[in-house]
Design a protein around this ligand. Structure first.
Ligand code: MLT
Length: 232
């Protein structure tokens, strides 16, 4: 059986550990790779680098910052993406207070305070029940530690400079799944609905008992969704 090339784009301070369950459980139907979104400080360059490494045509699954890069990939090379799955992300730009929070975090990281940021971010990333789950916490902090301060600054700079992707949505013509956690406070269900409403024919799924990191908070549900999506 042919396996579909599948590129995963992780979020801010995430690496392949975000998608571990999906990579393993979809091995019979997908040939996965995980993009490195630490290598540049603009979404345009990050998208170019993903496209340079990716197969000629591929399915694209992305979470949060990965979604910002996914929209740019679709602007640069719409013909190469066969289907799109967007988790816990936003198309519109940040409100002013979020921009200021990012600038403050960049400043803290530049002054050598990066290591205190990921523990402070946990409560926003995970469902309240999962903040007390040592394995999930270890996964999130482990990824952040591997990404590190310099790449964090590049990622936040890319996020701050990204274009508004709302105008991109109506022109997308590919099978699209939009999904995210019911308790995601960073990109809540109404922000996901805005994306699904904007992309012709997109399907919206809200995942129960999950915050912003649905692939590790509800791994079986996300893997099952992706299995269906690879076939629709
Ligand atoms: C992410 O998970 O990638 C971040 O929450 C994105 C962001 O800060 O906008």
């Amino acid at each position: 059986m042919t396996r579909s090339p599948l590129v995963f784009c992780p979020g801010l301070l995430n690496d392949g550990a975000l998608w571990r369950h999906q990579i393993e459980s979809l091995a019979d139907v997908a040939a996965p790779s995980v993009a490195d979104l630490t290598v540049a400080d603009t979404v345009e360059e990050l998208a170019r680098s993903v496209l340079d490494q990716a197969p000629s045509e591929f399915a694209l699954a992305a979470l949060s910052m990965g979604g910002y890069v996914a929209f740019e990939i679709l602007r640069q090379a719409p013909g190469r993406v066969r289907r799109l799955a967007l988790f816990d992300t936003r198309a519109r730009l940040d409100p002013p207070e979020s921009r200021q929070r990012r600038l403050d975090m960049i400043d803290i990281a530049r002054r050598g305070g990066f290591s205190k940021l990921p523990p402070q971010m946990l409560a926003g990333l995970l469902h309240p029940d999962h903040v007390a789950d040592p394995r999930m916490v270890e996964t999130v902090l482990g990824m952040a530690g591997r990404i590190g301060a310099e790449a964090f600054i590049r990622q936040q700079t890319a996020i701050l400079g990204r274009p508004d992707s709302l105008p991109t949505l109506p022109g997308l013509r590919l099978p699209t799944l939009v999904a995210g956690g019911r308790q995601d406070g960073i990109t809540p269900p109404d922000i996901l609905a805005e994306i699904a409403d904007g992309i012709p024919g997109a399907k919206l799924v809200i995942i129960e008992e999950a915050g912003h990191l649905a692939p590790i908070e509800q791994p079986q549900a996300v893997s099952a969704l992706l299995r269906c999506w690879l076939q629709f």
